[in-house]
Design a protein around this ligand. Structure first.
Ligand code: IMP
Ligand code: MG
Length: 178
């Protein structure tokens, strides 16, 4: 599948090793805690699934859903779509997202979850684009810092397409990725 895409940024093999590294670190940090993983739909579904397979301590999982992107630009307007079902009181939340860009989405989600009185909240992001941050939010666990380009694949979409690709690719300056 890679061959058809000219701008592969993170290969399937590198994604696997990122999940392994982060999983090992999280398993260590949460071994004596009550871990509740919160996956931000839709784009972190693949990453969360692969990461969870590398988390060896006991955990529960729940899902939240928001949308904030309009084409390839962060709109800044967050539409809340789905809340978690589990009451997180007494749990250590690990909020898992695909990418942190302006930080607006994660700041919002962290504040929504914070009002539910969990014991702690940490953030794990597969990708970090630190160039256009508008908030003080940073991830506690980061898979990889990437250039300031629009990326897709491995859960991330371009116009709702390409989420199924097993690697991450970038759009070039002409808006083309393959
Ligand atoms: P933020 O609120 O600007 O930090 O944007 C966060 C959300 O926008 C992420 O959770 C992604 O779903 C989406 N996003 C940001 N950059 C990209 C990208 O390059 N490709 C696909 N989605 C992106
Ligand atoms: Mg997202």
């Amino acid at each position: 599948m890679n061959k058809a895409y000219k701008n592969v940024l993170i290969s399937k093999r590198e994604l696997k090793s990122i999940c392994k590294r982060l999983g090992r670190q999280i398993s260590q940090d949460y071994k004596n805690k009550r871990l509740l993983i919160v996956c931000v739909l839709k784009s972190s579904a693949l990453f969360t699934a692969d990461l969870m397979r590398n988390i060896k301590c006991e955990c529960k999982i729940d899902y939240m859903s928001v949308s904030s992107y309009d084409g390839t630009k962060s709109s800044g307007n967050i539409e809340f779509k789905k809340d978690i079902d589990i009451n997180p009181e007494g749990y250590d939340i690990l909020l898992i997202d695909d990418i942190i860009d302006t930080g607006t989405t994660l700041e919002y989600l962290k504040s929504v979850l914070g009002k539910k009185c969990p014991s702690s909240i940490k953030i794990c992001c597969l990708l970090d684009k630190p160039y256009s941050r508008k908030t003080n939010i940073n991830a506690d666990y980061i898979g990889k810092i990437i250039p300031d380009k629009y990326v897709y694949g491995y859960g991330l979409d371009y116009d709702e397409k390409y989420r199924n690709l097993p690697f991450i690719a970038t759009l070039d300056d002409n808006g083309e990725g393959r």
